[in-house]
Design a protein around this ligand. Structure first.
Ligand code: ATP
Length: 262
């Protein structure tokens, strides 16, 4: 039984999702996905295919219309314990300092303490933000802000991390830098991570498996295993195997009519 839960630490089973009434159009259709404990899974697909909706269903922020979602063997019917989220917009509050922002969620949960404060400071230092604790978000670059929001998500040491296109708004160099950071977190902490992205190379670089979605309605067309050694550095992107995975995904999107000029 324990192994079964480990192999389907997150289980999405026969999930359909419509927003609105039963005659509203399907956003997700028959999604089936088992994510193992400690696995890094990316959800890759075109705009509007339902990636964020799928993540919200896993996070218990949206109800499913059919099917079920479980985490650690328990039905999801609201945000589960031990789950951290990072969004595309960093959601930092301008009137709070960076340290106060990192502490915001634990404050809401009534768990703020001197120990949490010390942990938040240590976390910020680890993410290259030592000395910025008392700055306001608008004094930081986009990459630094996103680092702070990752610190906030990690503060209570959740073993599941859901990341909704966290680096989509960042420049390419900052994004590369944060990709390496996230790969490090995954490798060192063995958290179970579900990561939404539009970027093929980001998905291949980070993942153990890439889930490829089509749109209208959103459905899984392929789940690709990425067999590249870890820990991964950016140089992994120059290897033939990396090129093979990327070109395979491009071909899938071309066949689906999503890429016209591949
Ligand atoms: N709260 C909502 N109410 C009604 N429709 C919604 C809601 N949220 C999303 N949708 C619709 O569901 C579909 C999928 O949206 P979703 O944001 O999940 O896609 P996505 O793949 O994450 O898109 P993007 O990559 O552009 O962020 C879209 O047609 C969107 O308009």
């Amino acid at each position: 039984m324990l192994d079964q839960v480990k192999d389907s630490y997150i289980r999405v089973s026969g999930v359909d999702k419509r927003y609105g009434g039963s005659d509203a159009s399907l956003v997700l259709q028959d999604i089936n996905l088992d994510i193992r404990k400690g696995e890094f899974v990316s959800i890759l697909g075109p705009s509007g295919c339902g990636k964020s909706t799928l993540l919200k269903c896993i996070a218990g922020l949206e109800d499913v219309s059919n099917g079920s979602v479980t985490t650690r063997g328990l039905m999801v019917d609201g945000p589960p314990e031990g789950l951290g989220m990072v969004f595309q917009r960093d959601m930092l509050l301008d009137w709070r300092t960076i340290l106060e922002n990192v502490l915001f969620t634990v404050e809401l949960q009534g768990k703020a303490s001197a120990e949490m404060r010390a942990r938040a400071s240590a976390q910020l230092a680890r993410f290259g933000l030592g000395g910025y604790e008392n700055r306001r978000p608008w004094e930081l670059s986009g990459g630094m802000r996103q680092r702070a929001s990752i610190c906030r998500a990690l503060l209570t040491d959740p073993d599941i991390l859901l990341m909704d296109e966290p680096f989509g708004a960042l420049d390419a160099m900052t994004r590369d830098d944060l990709n390496v950071e996230v790969a490090r977190i995954s490798h060192e902490t063995h958290k179970t991570i579900v990561f939404i992205t539009h970027s093929i190379s980001e998905a291949v670089f980070l993942s153990d498996r890439v889930v490829i979605l089509d749109r209208h309605p959103g459905r899984i067309v392929e789940i690709l295993d990425i067999d590249l050694p870890r820990p991964r550095q950016l140089s992994a992107r120059e290897t033939p195997k990396f090129g093979h995975y990327s070109s395979h995904i491009r071909q899938v999107f071309t066949k689906l009519g999503i890429f016209k000029n591949a």
